[in-house]
Design a protein around this ligand. Sequence first.
Ligand SMILES: Nc1nc2c(ncn2[C@@H]2O[C@H](COP(=O)(O)OP(=O)(O)OP(=O)(O)O)[C@@H](O)[C@H]2O)c(=O)[nH]1
Ligand SMILES: [Mg+2]
Length: 197
Amino acid sequence: MTKLTARFVTSAAQPSDFPPPSWPEVAIVGRSNVGKSSLINALVGKPGLARTSRTPGRTRLLNWFAIDERFFLVATRDAWRPLIESYLGERSSLAGVVLLIDIRRGAQDEELDFVPWLAQREMPLVVALTKADKLAKHQRRLEATRARQALGLRRDPLVVSATGEGGTGHDGHSGIDALWRAVAQLAISKPRAPGPQ
Ligand SMILES: Nc1nc2c(ncn2[C@@H]2O[C@H](COP(=O)(O)OP(=O)(O)OP(=O)(O)O)[C@@H](O)[C@H]2O)c(=O)[nH]1
Ligand SMILES: [Mg+2]
């Protein structure tokens, strides 16, 4: 992976705290404890950038990280909350969404509702199953197929692990490189037209 810079910019608990839209944003979305912060750290190769915790709810509602001074990764919590929904629905600089699902939980009601909600808005989406190291390899593939079918995806979701092992990516194991490429692809895709504010 090429070396890149990453820095925490700001966090927001309400829309008036959002920074003015500038660079494209890629939102990392997923239930509490799914591994959002761990994956952001793994993606940028900085263990302490986003705080990880065994205590669910560590990610404040929205956190902006500047990547290479070119785009933002935005970690969100519980997409189905009104604030996050309004961010995802209305943010003019949002280029795409990465939906994380714990591979041992699989897609549940929230994710089954969320994916069509994004599709309706023509929001580019990448789905990744997290904590792949917790399952045996053949189970990972089964879960990937199951999630694809449940969510009606065209391709199997990515299978990733923040621990550096257990994914199905070409980089050997963790899937982090594949996720990184998918994130970069989203970031360079054209942001949508501004929605209602
Ligand atoms: N085995 C394993 N554990 C992981 C992985 N990713 C995260 N974890 C663990 O899962 C717990 C939650 O990880 P976080 O990255 O803090 O999850 P989060 O989605 O940011 O959680 P909130 O901020 O609370 O919503 C921590 O104990 C992590 O060490 C992984 O790929 N494999
Ligand atoms: Mg977190």
